[in-house]
Design a protein around this ligand. Structure first.
Ligand code: F6R
Length: 366
């Protein structure tokens, strides 16, 4: 049931404050001092001693995996590789018994992801699932796992499942960082606190829908779009681009912002909208330079910035503000305006938002 919403995708975008709360329900202590992940407690020894973590997934779940890579390396200091399940399984990968494989899948049915974990299991690795659909095939093959509890996602373009996957990965990385002694108790608690503020911060972003819709209107006829981000926001750039292509059929590419000068910059002219993830973090100065590079070539810049940013406001064609947060939390906030952009552009172009052509919600073919 879509309730008062025109499409499931829009409903699911709006559900995110609740779906994220559902993801951490019962997993974060009331006083924000601790994280409990019952589903992986049995494999905590393997996880905290893992020589490396391999994340296997497809599509949007793969993007969540890259956020996971940055989180695990930052907080838990465990090397991570993020693999397209389809490439991983077919290339005779090196898998050891002290590797932990994390499969991320909304549906829990993606054929390549399922086959990848079956193979890794045969090599003796520990397999953990981060899935949304309870009782689906992937959770049945894993040794342990954490359900995302985002609720049923009907729109083919994944929105709330993505933010719940990132929420689980953040909780896992913090818990591991604490267990391994890399995170000071004060930092651990501060980050848990930040995480619990995400639903309210997303509520604030949802209020900007009308303004974001106007930006969508300005760029709805574009033939191409670029999405740029650095650090934790690089995977958000990939996800923003995927969301636009799959539902509006506009060609879009996501790049680490610094890679722009190695090729994509040649594409920039006055017809190219460039979405830049530019919240205040340690690469802020660098991203400001990237925006200048785009403007110097007459590209149109739509920047996602931290509330109150005055510097980028002067340079960009449009800014969309998100509440201030720790840089590790920023993917959860900055992806939301990009979901709105794709949704509104697709609706304005008359596309079937919930059932885009050629796509299926669950990809059970290899
Ligand atoms: C994009 C999208 C797909 C899925 C991919 C993996 O919006 O929905 O890219 O993310 O097919 O699906 P799951 O997560 O079910 O394994």
């Amino acid at each position: 049931d879509k309730g008062n919403f025109e499409h499931f995708m829009l409903k699911e975008i709006y559900e995110q404050p609740i779906s994220i709360e559902d993801t951490f329900r019962g997993r974060i202590a009331m006083d924000h001092s601790k994280i409990f992940l019952g589903g992986i407690s049995d494999v905590m020894p393997q996880l905290s001693q893992a020589r490396r973590i391999i994340i296997a997934a497809c599509g949007t779940s793969w993007h969540a995996g890259i956020v996971g890579e940055y989180l695990f390396e930052e907080f838990a200091r465990i090397p991570v590789e993020v693999e397209y399940a389809s490439e991983f399984r077919y290339r005779n990968p090196i898998i050891n018994e002290d590797d932990v494989i994390i499969a991320i899948s909304q549906s829990g049915e993606t054929a390549d992801t399922l086959a990848a974990i079956k193979m890794a299991k045969e090599h003796g690795a520990t397999i953990i699932g981060i899935c949304n659909v309870a009782g689906s095939s992937i959770p049945r093959e894993t040794h342990a796992g954490v359900y995302t509890h985002a609720g049923v996602e009907i729109g083919v373009a994944s929105t709330k499942a993505f933010t719940s996957q990132v929420t689980v990965l953040t909780m896992m990385a913090l818990l591991l960082g604490k267990t391994k002694g890399h995170l000071k108790d004060s930092v651990y608690k501060e980050l848990i606190n930040e995480l619990t503020q995400v639903p309210d911060k997303i509520r604030a972003i949802l209020k900007a829908e009308t303004d974001i819709k106007q930006i969508a209107d300005t760029y709805k006829d574009a033939n191409n779009a670029l999405y740029l981000g650095r650090g934790f926001l690089f995977p958000v750039a990939l996800e923003g681009a995927l969301k636009l292509k799959e539902i509006s059929y506009i060609h879009a590419e996501g790049y680490p912002a610094a890679e722009m000068k190695h090729g994509p910059i040649a594409l920039i002219d006055e017809n190219m909208p460039v979405f830049v993830l530019a919240t205040k973090d340690k690469s802020y100065e660098k991203i400001v330079s990237n925006i200048q590079e785009v403007k110097a070539r007459n590209g149109k810049v739509i920047a996602i910035v931290t509330e109150g940013d005055e510097v980028i406001k002067k340079m960009a064609d449009h800014v969309i503000e998100v509440p201030d947060c720790h840089e590790a939390i920023a993917p959860l906030l900055t992806c939301v305006p990009l979901q709105f952009i794709s949704y509104h552009i697709a609706v304005m172009r008359g596309c079937n938002v919930d059932q885009p052509r050629n796509l299926a919600k669950s990809v059970t073919v290899e």
